[in-house]
Ligand binder design. Structure first.
Ligand code: ZN
Length: 306
């Protein structure tokens, strides 16, 4: 008869924890990595670039790593993912969708621009047409030339990373506005609590856009956002929605701090459309109120445009 040893349970444990790591790593879509150059870093995530002569990734990676530490702790996990930096001319080969340079995330990858993003270029062009007196605050935060990649890349990369924490467990949320709000609330909470130097970069451009009013938005209801989303809204109208979500996220995190985030993550996962039926607006309002908090349930009720 074989003598039982202490080693066996340990081996079994090791075996299962290896499976755990494998399962996590296999969620990363490696097909996006072929042809890219891997950078040597001390970070716990893989970093790949489409060109290793452009050296503008240091600050972004430091922030991504700090955000990972914060999100892992907040969401009680250790998320595996890869960060890809892609030049505009190679964007369509590696990214999931346009426009070149605008952060996006999916299947374990965060995809960021290596060049100036097309969106930043367009918006900067538009801003330069405005009278000088409107630009003072933007210049004091984004520099005299108003470099909006400090918002579109440095800030939105954190929003995209936050998406991966729910994408890992489900990609069909009850509402798209709810997943966008989750990512923006997570981004806002991380920057507010852990990245003082990033706060103005995150806050100034959205506040500027919010103050400029609603004339950019043809569609304004949450139903419009669900039906039209990225594909059927103009970029300005899509951005208008994201700015409203920013305003909402800011007020919720400022009043509740970050305790709401884990509850909201679990809610997104629990009610993913792969697991449950589509809730009506009334059902969603009451379940959000019960399972996440009143301030979340109130969003549908209080949305200014019906
Ligand atoms: Zn998003």
């Amino acid at each position: 008869m074989k003598k039982p040893t202490l080693m066996n349970p340990i081996l079994v444990l090791l075996f299962f924890s290896t499976i755990g790591i494998k399962a996590q790593e296999s969620w990363i879509d490696n097909s996006k990595h072929s042809g890219l150059i891997e950078l040597n870093t001390d970070y716990p995530f893989k970093v790949l670039v489409s060109n290793d002569t452009t050296n503008n990734t240091t600050e972004t990676l430091k922030n991504m790593n700090n955000a990972k530490l914060y999100f892992d702790k907040t969401f009680q996990t250790n998320l595996k993912f890869a960060v890809l930096f892609i030049e505009n001319k190679k964007w369509n080969t590696y990214a999931y969708f346009p426009p070149p340079g605008l952060p996006q995330a999916g299947s374990g990858n965060v995809i960021l621009g290596l060049d100036k993003s097309i969106v930043s270029m367009e918006v900067e062009k538009m801003l330069k047409k405005l009278p000088e007196q409107h630009l003072g605050k933007l210049k004091s935060v984004y520099g005299n030339n108003i470099d909006l990649d400090l918002f579109y890349r440095e800030t939105l990369s954190i929003h995209e990373l936050a998406h991966l924490y729910h994408f890992k467990e489900g990609t069909k949320p009850q509402r798209k506005w709810l997943q966008e709000l989750f990512a923006t609330m997570s981004m806002y909470a991380f920057i507010k609590n852990n990245c003082n130097t990033c706060y103005d970069l995150m806050d100034t451009y959205p506040e500027f856009m919010i103050a400029s009013g609603d004339q950019m938005a043809e569609f304004k209801t949450l139903k419009d956002f669900e039906e039209k989303y990225v594909q059927k809204l103009t970029p300005q109208n899509y951005e208008w929605f994201q700015m409203q979500f920013y305003k909402t996220a800011k007020s919720i995190i400022d009043s509740k701090n970050d305790t709401v985030l884990l509850k909201l993550l679990h809610f997104l996962i629990r009610t993913d459309l792969d697991k449950t039926h589509k809730l009506s607006d009334i059902e969603l309002t009451s379940r959000l109120t019960e399972e996440v908090g009143k301030e979340m349930g109130d969003i549908l009720t209080n949305w200014k445009y019906k």
